[in-house]
Ligand binder design. Structure first.
Ligand code: PRP
Length: 217
């Protein structure tokens, strides 16, 4: 199993509860995704490498640091989009590489539909951004794509996961640390009767993070 970090930061706990609330509007939901993503990225970037750098203050020369590695933010379309902007403000020199996947409703398998990664890797550290880790199929596929690209260091930053997804990702890619706000109870099973929710939704979860951000639910 790879390293799994579940934040117990009070701000994240507070914001996560608002995020789950069915009465939270899309505007508020987007704001919360952005804020939680920043807080989780803070935790996920604790071990970034820095290099010494001298700087002239108005009074004297002094020693400081600068980031030594180029960072790539990799939002998984669509739901990961809302996690980009806030994190990007914290690290404006990061590159953003979008990967489009959707989950087939019947098989729950990821279907790739967008990838414009250049031939050779241009970043040293990739932060995969997707608020939901359900079966883990999408996250595993994104990491497969990034590893085939040649990415050296990959971290997954999500918000809510199911135990099944954490297991799938961490067993398939034990070198990829996972940063989350919560691991929930279970995934919904295949519907048995009219009115049952579709399969593969995180319970209690927050519903469909893509639909709730973009008002398409
Ligand atoms: C959701 C979510 C993840 C994926 C998680 O995306 O944002 O990408 O499902 O499921 P998994 O762990 O079982 O693969 P969805 O397919 O709903 O697409 P969307 O973001 O475009 O709504």
């Amino acid at each position: 199993m790879g390293r799994v970090s579940i934040s117990n930061h009070p701000l994240i706990l507070h914001k996560l509860t608002l995020l789950r609330d069915v009465d939270t509007s899309p505007k508020k939901f987007r704001q919360l995704v952005r804020e939680i993503a920043i807080l989780l990225a803070y935790e996920a970037t604790m071990d970034l490498q820095v290099e010494p750098k001298t700087v002239q203050t108005p009074l004297a020369m002094t020693s400081g640091h600068e980031l030594a590695e180029k960072i790539g933010l990799v939002p998984v379309l669509r739901a990961g989009l809302g996690m980009v902007e806030g994190i990007w403000e914290m690290m404006p020199n990061a590159e953003v590489w979008h990967i489009g996947l959707y989950r087939d409703e019947r098989t729950l398998r990821p279907v790739a539909y967008y990838n414009r990664l250049p031939v050779d890797p241009t970043v040293q550290v990739c932060l995969v951004l997707d608020p939901m880790l359900a079966t883990g199929g999408s996250a595993v596929e994104v990491v497969n794509i990034l590893k085939s690209w040649g990415a050296q260091q990959i971290k997954f930053v999500g918000i809510i996961a199911a135990p099944e997804g954490v297991r799938h990702l961490s067993e398939t890619h034990p070198d990829v640390p996972i940063y989350l706000a919560a691991v929930d109870d279970h995934l919904t099973p295949s519907p048995q009767q009219e009115g049952d929710p579709p399969a593969g939704f995180i319970v209690p979860g927050l519903g469909d993070a893509g639909d709730r951000q973009f008002g398409t639910g």
